[in-house]
Write a protein that binds this ligand. Structure first.
Ligand code: CTP
Ligand code: MG
Length: 238
């Protein structure tokens, strides 16, 4: 009985706007994907990694991860797909029968604390088929609809009941396989790809459990996020 982590790293990073894929952009001298892999390995609860690579970069990512002294778990690198959902499905295809727990984590969240990884795996091993880490939302959130050139506010959900969701998300493997199979059919029929894996489980009508996330697991989307991450690292290394 083992835990596999799928580390999604096949995106282009268009909002970051660098001339290389986001997962290979460096933070404190190391690519984001390496930071994320090291933290998954440091949790002590992940047995192996499958990393999804951008087109033509399977070799580069393999060299980077397979020879790192801090990633002392088995690493396979595979081609990602055109959407995050397709990339996760490509990684999931490499899960073995022994991997009864599967985590899905984004290379774009390089500073995930190892104890958050432990919390998610613990909840799945404790009997929850799908587990997501979440943090309270601090902004008031409005729902809108298009209105000519602008937008019209149609509602204000109760903020106390809203959570921003992070990764890693954790699943019983068979449930995640079933969710992705159904999700792939919907993606073809409705041209709609999910932005997280738990959403595919919800679409099956199966429960998704939430554990406490961590502000340090924030996602790097823009240059400002990268700058913030380097400040956080400076602070924690000081
Ligand atoms: N991802 C992936 N395959 C894709 C698209 C995204 O594996 N086809 C991964 C990214 O590498 C990232 C994670 O999914 O680790 C979350 O995606 P996001 O933050 O949107 O990253 P990008 O898609 O690379 O960035 P952007 O949307 O700005 O282009
Ligand atoms: Mg994207």
């Amino acid at each position: 009985m083992t835990t596999l982590a799928i580390l999604t790293a096949a995106g282009s990073g268009s909002r970051l706007g660098r001339d290389l894929p986001k997962a290979l952009v460096e933070l404190d001298g190391f690519p984001l994907v390496l930071h994320a892999a090291r933290r998954l390995a440091a949790s002590g609860v992940v047995d192996s990694l499958v990393v999804t690579a951008p087109d033509g970069l399977v070799g580069v990512m393999t060299d980077l991860l397979a020879n790192d002294p801090q990633v002392q778990i088995s690493v396979q690198v595979t081609d990602g797909g055109p959407t995050r959902q397709a990339s996760v499905a490509a990684g999931l295809a490499l899960a073995s029968r022994r991997d009864n727990v599967v985590l899905v984590h984004d290379a774009a969240r390089p500073l995930v604390p190892p104890d958050l990884v432990q919390r998610v795996v613990g909840a799945v091993r404790g009997g929850h088929g799908a587990v997501v880490p979440g943090v309270p939302v601090t902004d008031t959130v409005k729902q809108v609809r298009p209105d000519g050139d602008a937008e019209l506010v149609t509602g204000t959900p109760d903020r106390s009941m809203l959570r921003a969701v992070q990764t890693p998300q954790g699943f019983a493997r068979d449930l995640l396989v079933r969710a992705h199979r159904t999700g792939a059919r919907r993606a073809v029929a409705e041209h709609l790809a999910a932005t997280d894996d738990a959403g595919l489980v919800e679409a099956l009508g199966e429960p998704v459990h939430m554990v406490a996330g961590d502000a340090a697991a924030f996602k790097i989307t823009t240059e400002r996020d990268l700058w913030l991450a380097s400040l956080v690292l400076q602070e924690t290394n000081a």
